[in-house]
Design a protein around this ligand. Structure first.
Ligand SMILES: [Zn+2]
Ligand SMILES: [Zn+2]
Length: 199
């Protein structure tokens, strides 16, 4: 902690305030009905807006708002396919967004990744167990941003955002992340955004 925040946090806060807009084709997959043949899913063309970590999806068939917070896992991205895949843990749904151009893919991918980085909060007490803390004996959770004591910090580090270093998280987020990993493993049959020694 201290006065100077890590650079990536500053960047994240700046990017959250920029409006991203684009047209993507989307497929929505249910984790409860795994189906590896993506051709079989209906694909929707939708207008996407991302601003302040809120993703608005609008197409003739439906509209949906997704808050990019700890309940959303950035499961996968593919530069070659120009796709970004999100898992909404609470709904057990996987959303795959396919960009129409490489430029749009890169901007969306960058914006959504940085939107997933939480805004850090400041607190005189641990926001999990209420133990008194100061800047020396506390950390911010890399997934939800709350300020926590060392006892409420999970041992393992996790990769919240593809292409970024694993981060330390609070024990509440660890539980959510473990669930996300299980869901994603089950569905995509691959090891995801896990591990690393942290920093
Ligand atoms: Zn605590
Ligand atoms: Zn957390």
């Amino acid at each position: 902690m201290g006065n100077s925040l890590p650079k990536y946090l500053l960047k994240a806060e700046q990017v959250k305030l920029k409006l991203f807009e684009g047209i993507f084709s989307i497929i929505i997959m249910s984790i409860n009905e795994p189906n590896n043949n993506e051709e079989e899913y209906q694909s929707y063309d939708a207008n996407i807006k991302l601003y302040r970590g809120i993703l608005d999806i609008d197409c003739p068939e439906f509209s949906k708002t997704i808050t990019i917070d700890k309940n959303i896992a950035l499961v996968d991205k593919s530069d070659s396919k120009m796709t970004i895949t999100l898992c909404i843990t609470s709904e057990k749904m996987i959303w795959r967004f396919k960009a129409k151009s490489l430029k749009s893919y890169f901007i969306f991918s960058n914006t959504i990744s940085l939107s997933r980085i939480p805004t850090w909060s400041i607190s005189p007490i641990c926001q999990v167990c209420t133990f008194g803390i100061n800047s020396k004996n506390s950390k911010n959770c890399g997934s939800c941003g709350i300020m926590i004591c060392k006892y409420c910090l999970a041992e393992e580090s996790f990769k919240i955002v593809p292409d970024m270093k694993p981060v330390k998280v609070c024990k509440n987020c660890e539980e959510v992340i473990m669930e996300q990993i299980n869901l994603a493993d089950q569905f995509l049959n691959q090891r995801l955004f896990r591990l690393g020694s942290g920093y």
